[in-house]
Design a protein around this ligand. Structure first.
Ligand code: Q9C
Ligand code: ZN
Length: 663
């Protein structure tokens, strides 16, 4: 029987996080009452926030957060960035006008509609962002996500614009700086990752050095909404604010994770380090997400997770996220959910990048660095050619199946199969730490590690890990002969306490098209179900459950960050009854199914392979059955011979048989 719930059940019992991050969530159904007068399928619709709220509630994520009551903004706070006329317009638009008059007024503005719910929703959206910003500034919350609408970043001092009535983020920033100086928030970084330029916010702080406004947006040389030159990279701020306005204008759509992360690594993060904000507010539109009808870009929930996670390094993690755009309900919900999980910091972030930045992205990055280098010396050095040479000059063709043995075989169509980790900051260097950072800024290992470092298991290998020099890389890190790229290794680099060989009544077979490490040819799988007619040689390494987790991860994904175990004590207990546990977080990996093979000296024997349903896919032809390439076969044969299990001839025959016999 297969069990997918091994992880969930373990969350409560084993790894209790004593310093759970206090993440605020704020939402109010009344913000759904702002909608177009007639049903006309406007993208800025009530379901946007309903979907996010429902997803967070039904997944149990909301239960792990602090729910904050919504509040309407006070006029004097709105007046920090808006004119009295503008405030009066929004205040009265719902009550004092007929529907037809509202329509006429709306038509005077750029991309604006009003109805009888608009005033209240606008006051709530602004008030909610203020409310959570205050609590984060105070330290009552570590971070927060404001699920609000109407959005705000296009709203200008004197007028609504682009679906935005009040500039929620600008109001909250201004509020903290001007009305709540006692909290000591003197410098705020506003990161606007909505696909559109945050024209309103830019103008409100254009002369202000207390707010560093950073916006990355589709610009198309002024052809993309909100159109014009405001979003150009030459707009760097004025007067006191010179250098405190950073625009990264995409020349075209289609930008995705790799492009955004390159901007993070080569512009935003270095500048944020220098600026050293006291608090970060994210104008978190999700209209750069894959599938958004307006944005045309390709950021995945994983991409947003990493973008956010990188920002958590600053301001002591004080981050306030405020929803802006995002019009594909599904993408919006998944992206927002991924972000809240990052704020909670109690789950590993797993995924992989499937492409390099566009050539144009590197050009834009260099131009932005150039114009800002007079203010930010950290941007002066040229980005090495070696980094910039990793790029995509055309649209990617990627196979639908993006998982790899541990590599990603659908990275690029080019022959040069390398991972994006050379381009961006290696993920392993990211510090995600459930207990927060210590004084020195060095992340302490998460507590699950010490717990699982005391538990021994036998890790039984049937593939290339039978070869000792290869397996050692998964523990000690480094690169064995024939490896295309080094392994990270385990955090605990101690050698296996014992090594043993045994045979098991399971079928060994080979499948899948190719891997980046070995090229074309299948890799080894163990049929998860036992079969007394079969015999597979396996090399057993006595390692700790902590090390097993690190191996499990490296076998399935290439970039990661483990602040929660994949396979913990509860899973270990469960598997002794259930035989198999498919590990949820690495489900796209090929070896995500942990199989229990009994005990040796009273210590459980575990291996990792595919699931039974994967076996069905192999049988049906959906996944290829494929003999291994010569190099891979030789690695296994060498393992068997050096392990003194078989003679060279016997080992060759054994691999030959497994790779030719039908499943
Ligand atoms: N041809 C936000 O994402 N599009 N606003 C108008 C006119 C307006 C987007 C197109 C897009 C506004 C918050
Ligand atoms: Zn937008």
């Amino acid at each position: 029987m297969e069990l997918n719930g091994g992880m969930e059940s373990s969350n409560n019992n084993i790894t209790i996080n004593p310093k759970r991050r206090r993440v605020g969530l704020i939402y109010d159904e009344r913000m759904c009452k702002h909608h177009t007068p007639v049903e006309e399928g406007h993208p800025e619709q009530p379901d946007r926030i309903r979907f996010i709220w429902d997803a967070l509630s039904s997944s149990g994520i909301a239960n792990r957060c602090v729910i904050v009551n919504a509040k309407e903004a006070a006029d004097n706070h709105l007046a920090l960035v808006h004119t009295k006329n503008h405030i009066d317009l929004i205040k009265n638009i719902s009550s004092k006008n007929s529907e037809s008059r509202r329509k006429r007024i709306a038509a005077k503005f750029n991309s604006i509609y009003f109805n009888e719910g608009s005033s209240e929703a606008a006051y709530l959206a602004a008030g909610c962002v203020i409310e959570v910003a205050e609590r984060v500034a105070k330290g009552e919350l570590d971070s927060a996500f404001a699920i609000v609408r109407p959005p705000g970043h296009h709203a200008e001092e004197t007028e609504p614009m682009g679906f935005c009535l009040f500039n929620n983020v600008a109001i909250a920033a201004s509020f903290l700086l001007n009305e709540r100086s006692e909290f000591g928030i003197k410098k705020i970084l506003v990161v606007d990752w909505d696909v559109h330029h945050g024209n309103g916010t830019q103008k409100m702080f254009y002369n202000d050095s207390r707010v560093l406004f950073f916006s990355v947006h589709r610009h198309e040389f002024g052809g993309f909404y909100p159109c014009g030159d405001d979003g150009s990279h030459i707009m760097t701020g004025e007067g006191q604010g010179a250098g405190y306005n950073i625009n990264v204008p995409w020349e075209n759509g289609r930008c995705g994770d790799a492009d955004y992360l390159a901007v993070w690594d080569h512009i935003l993060i270095p500048v944020a380090k220098e600026f050293n904000p006291d608090l970060i507010i994210i104008s978190a539109g999700f209209d750069a997400a894959i599938g958004d009808p307006l944005g045309g870009c390709r950021v995945s929930p994983y991409g947003y997770s990493i973008m956010l996670n990188k920002l958590l390094e600053f301001a002591g993690g004080k981050i306030v996220m405020a929803l802006e755009g995002g019009y594909n309900l599904n993408a919006l919900r998944n992206s927002a959910k991924a972000c809240v999980e990052v704020l909670l910091q109690d789950k590993p972030i797993i995924g992989s990048l499937e492409a390099y930045p566009f050539e144009s992205t590197w050009r834009v990055i260099q131009e932005v660095r150039q114009v800002l280098s007079t203010y930010w010396p950290i941007l002066v050095p040229k980005i090495p050619d070696k980094v910039i040479s990793k790029r995509t000059s055309h649209i990617e063709i990627s196979s639908s199946d993006s998982d790899g043995e541990q590599e990603n075989i659908s990275l690029t169509v080019s022959e040069e199969v390398q991972t994006i980790e050379d381009v961006i900051q290696p993920f392993k260097n990211l510090k995600v730490n459930e207990a927060g950072q210590d004084q020195g800024g060095i992340a302490a290992p998460p507590s699950w590690r010490s717990e699982l470092s005391n538990i021994d298991i036998w890790y039984a290998t049937f593939g290339s890990n039978m070869n000792m020099s290869r397996f050692r890389c998964y523990i000690e890190g480094g690169q064995a002969e024939g490896m295309k790229r080094p392994c990270v290794g385990s955090m605990d680099k101690s050698k296996p306490k014992e090594i043993k060989w045994k045979t098991f009544p399971h079928r060994l077979f080979f499948g899948r098209e190719r891997t980046a490490t070995w090229g074309p040819g299948g890799v080894a799988f163990l049929h998860p179900k036992s079969d007394v007619k079969e015999r597979t040689y396996m090399c057993l390494y006595k390692i700790t459950l902590e090390q097993f987790n690190d191996v499990l991860l490296q076998e399935n994904v290439s970039s990661y960050n483990l602040n929660h175990p994949l396979f913990d004590l509860t899973a270990l207990q469960t598997i002794q009854n259930e035989q198999c546990i498919s590990v949820e977080f690495v489900q796209r990996g090929w070896y995500h199914n942990v199989v229990y093979l009994g005990k040796e000296n009273d210590i459980p024997i575990l291996t990792m392979t595919c699931t039974l349903s994967d076996v069905d896919s192999f049988i049906s032809g959906e996944f290829a059955i494929n003999p291994p390439c010569k190099e891979y076969a030789n690695t296994l044969i060498k393992g068997l011979v050096q392990g003194k299990q078989l003679s060279l001839e016997e080992a060759e025959a054994y691999i030959q048989e497994s790779s030719t016999k039908a499943l």
